[in-house]
Design a protein. Structure first.
Length: 100
């Protein structure tokens, strides 16, 4: 049985902020569209092989690197839940707070 993808509200907000940032920084949605496609491809791969992400300090949360972003997720037998997405170049204290 295939897993289904669920995004938390926080993860949706974070991803929308990233897309919004790039749209305004570049003045075009081309980069954002590429990033969205890359995240989608990564999620499809995670649906097949959810164990490929690295464990974090919290054993229930894994992370997968997608370009310059950390994609935090968890999974069970039914669904893969996207918990957050953040630029890996952010303050380490902020990143650690995402895992709590």
């Amino acid at each position: 049985m295939a897993l289904e993808i669920k995004w938390t509200d926080e993860a949706k907000f974070q991803f929308k902020e990233i897309i919004h940032y790039w749209d305004h920084r570049i003045g075009s949605s081309k980069y954002s569209e590429k990033l969205i496609n890359l995240v989608d491809q990564t999620l499809l791969r995670l649906l097949e092989y959810p164990e490929i992400g690295r464990f974090t300090e919290n054993n229930r949360i894994r992370l997968k690197i997608v370009k310059d972003y950390f994609l935090y997720y968890s999974f069970d037998k039914i669904q893969l839940t996207v918990l957050g997405i953040s630029d890996m170049r952010r303050d380490p204290i902020y990143l650690k707070g995402l895992l709590e």
